[in-house]
Design a binder for this molecule. Structure first.
Ligand SMILES: O=C([O-])[C@@H](O)[C@@H](O)[C@H](O)[C@@H](O)C(=O)[O-]
Ligand SMILES: [Mg+2]
Length: 427
């Protein structure tokens, strides 16, 4: 650190697990449980400035965050490289595996990047507050003042088994998905649509995409079966949906299989499963396996490392989109600042936002508002959001009582369908 640089040492780090109500959304490994888990990170510096981060809430990940938190005390809030060193020093031999918040899906992202992420976001929040600028400015400046998000459709049950039907009702066939799409687009104004596939046999999902195309002729469409298909099935679906899909996301498993599909289908292949850390980029580029990478600051090591990913993608002619898991307002703010300051982010970003109850959040309402499918980039210093201690306490209480400690979509599904097969490439 230069001698004239005023030090802003971190004096406290708090990690709080929270749970919020989730809908019975279906995916290829099972069903969402009644609660989604997250961790809320608060970082405080010597002068009392506080910053916020958000990450997965699975117990093994929570323990990693807590261990890293201890080593971060004393690190300067501007020294992000020292933060990474502290995170790496906090990891133990088993930290590559488990508890990554993906509910049983393939995920070999870097443990160090996953742990660093919420602390890096919180550090940027503090830095912005200290300097008096929004995080987007710390990231190089906003190139857009609104960030577009997409309508994220799911096959879903009418309600959690044993509970009343929820306000969205069932969506188990093309007509149900079109109804869901109409509602989510009416409510939020999204102008792109993503369908979470890998739930029904591929022919039915093709039918669903055709029904969505008929109902929404101008909305770009994406389909994401989370590696449920073999290479031949992926090629068949991609060929049948030529000219309909904006991109086909993770049809099949791994870089080699994605490359085999990419050679045969007309549309770009996108991924948040085959390329999830920097070491996956060289082999993916060498084989032209993916044409769009869905960044996700929660597993790419925070906002600045996600921007580096964007630069690499642009260098090699790959598009950039953004992935989402179930999340709260801190993550939405971070995603919005990142997208605002990433010139090459050329697709509407994913978000699970509409699937949570509006009152289930930890931030003071009002700073993040959707209109016409986009969120206006906050301009207040830092992330531009404020933690609501009462809301945090309520969601923490919900965590303590919900009984869940690790996302388990397959285990939940098997309570109702004991023979359920979650394996990749099963179609
Ligand atoms: O929440 C889900 O069911 C999604 O399938 C999620 O786990 C995926 O990570 C995701 O949204 C994706 O795009 O692959
Ligand atoms: Mg995906």
């Amino acid at each position: 650190m230069p001698a004239d640089h005023a030090a802003h040492p971190i004096t406290g780090v708090r990690v709080t697990p929270v749970a919020f109500r989730d809908k019975p959304l279906l995916n290829t490994v099972g069903a969402h449980e009644p609660f989604a888990l997250r961790s809320i990170v608060e970082v405080v510096t010597a002068d009392g400035t506080a910053g916020l981060g958000e990450s997965y809430g699975d117990l093994p990940h929570l323990r990693r965050l807590e261990r890293a938190a201890e080593l971060l005390v004393g690190v300067d809030i501007f020294d992000l490289n020292a933060m990474m060193r502290a995170v790496v020093a906090s990891l133990t031999a088993d930290d590559g595996v488990g508890g990554h918040g993906m509910g049983g899906m393939v995920m070999n992202s870097s443990a160090a990047d996953r742990v660093l992420s919420p602390f890096e976001v919180a550090a940027l929040d503090v830095q912005g507050k200290l300097i008096g600028v929004p995080v987007s400015e710390l990231l190089g400046g906003a190139v857009r003042d609104r960030v577009d998000y997409s309508a994220y459709l799911f096959y879903k049950w009418a309600g959690h088994p044993g509970e009343a039907e929820d306000e969205w009702g069932a969506a188990l066939d093309p007509a149900g998905l079109v109804t869901q799409a109409r509602r989510i687009i009416d409510d939020y104004g999204f102008s792109a649509i993503k369908l979470k596939g890998g739930v029904r046999p591929p022919e039915e999902e093709i039918e669903a995409i055709r029904a969505l195309r008929a109902a929404f002729p101008d909305h770009p469409l994406r389909l994401d079966p989370n590696t449920a298909w073999t290479v031949p099935t992926s090629i068949k679906v991609g060929t049948e949906l030529a000219d309909i899909l904006e991109y086909l996301e993770d049809p099949t498993k791994g870089i080699d299989h994605m490359a085999a599909v990419a050679r045969e289908v007309p549309m770009p292949l996108a991924t948040n499963m085959a390329v999830v850390s920097f070491e996956h980029l060289p082999p993916a580029v060498a084989q032209d396996a993916v044409q769009v990478v869905l960044s996700d600051h929660h597993f790419w090591g925070g906002l600045r490392r996600s921007q580096t990913l964007g630069t690499i993608c642009a260098t090699w002619g790959m598009g950039l989109s953004m992935h989402s898991n179930s999340h709260l307002g801190i993550s939405l703010a971070a995603m919005t600042h990142l997208a605002a300051a990433t010139p090459t982010l050329d697709y509407a970003c994913d978000t699970h936002w509409p699937w949570k109850d509006p009152e289930d959040d930890v931030v003071v309402p009002g700073s993040l508002v959707f209109s016409d499918g986009a969120v206006t980039v906050p301009t207040a210093p830092g992330l531009g959001i404020e933690l609501d201690p009462d809301r945090l306490a309520r969601l923490h209480e919900q965590y303590l009582h919900c009984g869940l400690r690790e996302r388990d979509d397959t285990g939940y599904m098997r309570r109702f369908e004991p023979d359920f097969d979650p394996s990749a490439e099963r179609w």
